[in-house]
Design a protein around this ligand. Sequence first.
Ligand code: UN1
Length: 482
Amino acid sequence: MTVTVRSHIAGEWVDGEGEEFEVSNPARCDEVVARGRTCSADELTRAVDAAAAAARSWAHTPAHERAGYLARAASRLEADADGLGRELSREEGKTLVEGRGEVLRAAQILRFFAADADREAGEIYNSPRRGERILVSRRPVGVVAAITPFNFPIAIPAWKIAPALAYGNVVLFKPASAVPLLAMRFVEALVDAGLPAGVLQLVLGDSEIGSGLVEHPGVHAVTFTGSTGVGRRLGARCAELGKAFQGEMGGKNAAIVLADADLDLAVDQVVSGAFRSSGQKCTATSRVIVEEAVADAFIERLAERTAKLVVGDPLSTDTFLGPVIDTRSHRTLLAAIERARAAGVREVFGRPAYAHGELAEGCFVSPTIFEVDADSDRDLWERELFGPVLVVRRARSREDAVALANDSEFGLSGAVFTRDIASVSEILDDWNVGILHVNSETPGADPHVPFGGVKGSGIGPKEQGRAAREFFTESTTVYLRG
Ligand code: UN1
């Protein structure tokens, strides 16, 4: 079934006056999941004008009332989780369990920020002067553009849009062009909850629409998740234009397996971190650094486990990993694997590209593991591939392992497997990373704690928890003398 997707502008669902597009199922490239038309430049302007017109009234709407819309949308997503999870799998390619889980996660994020809207709205301080108090009062930034990637088509929009709305901003939402259907479903849930016109608008299109939002003087802040290259470009432009920018970007996340680790647990978590969603998470594990003493045993068990993973139709319950998002990503991944093979890198696990049958009809890539050392080609070690390709490297010691983990332009998430909790505090001091998992996989994010990375992985304030309030509000320091 093909769904016609529409943009949502000034309270209306519109067909779009721009180019026609089609989105196909990455598991079956001849199956069209959604079709529609992008927004024109005029429509974009109309959307920004509608946002400006709605902004003041929404900012003055009591936070408790704003929260009500989010909570109603959450209930709607929960009630439709099966159907939406299925659509998500067909559009994005992750397994049904993950697709359904993501829909419920979006609902959980909406509920968290609905509740948070009722919590503290500023701070109060004593003054060094008699008869005075000092208040820090918070108010919304205004018109926010949310530019989101394909890999979490409903959870990432939720964790940008839920706090933005809860704290009183109006939002222009530009999803990745590969996943317009789930973007429309998310907006439908909020619009059907009764959100006033102009408060949340959906503008479908490609990077031109994203740049159009960044450039438009009526947009005050931009929250972006995507590649480091695009994030840096948009961030630099926002700095020039004097706009607030939040960029969640790439990763080349390492898991460190120390000699005293529970190896079964480490194998289990590394496999999940590296290969679920076909490795298409900015938090996915793409490097494993193993202390020499356990390296042979770990690598052997890792290869055995990986060989058993079922690659296939994401809608089938046996499947562990489905396809990657599109033919372009498919080609890039196969080329990187071929390049490593041609360079003679040791292949711990891999298969020839799927050339026949069901798997040849979609963008399927086998989970693949290479072992590199200091003399190997740097490409596999350095480049974010965003697919099910993992590199393993041996370390001489714990210190060497952390130095190798830091040997990256990125710094989003890391994992360390050890039974020696005392060593963790030293690792924490030495590892320049935004998120550290001790004895669990590198992906994962809870809505009440900060999420984000350092170095090439992030620009500006982190997402989630209190950090979200920092980004989506501005403060005024009030010297109050009665
Ligand atoms: C997760 O690890 O569950 O784009 C979420 C991404 C991240 C979200 C990761 N911003 O993959």
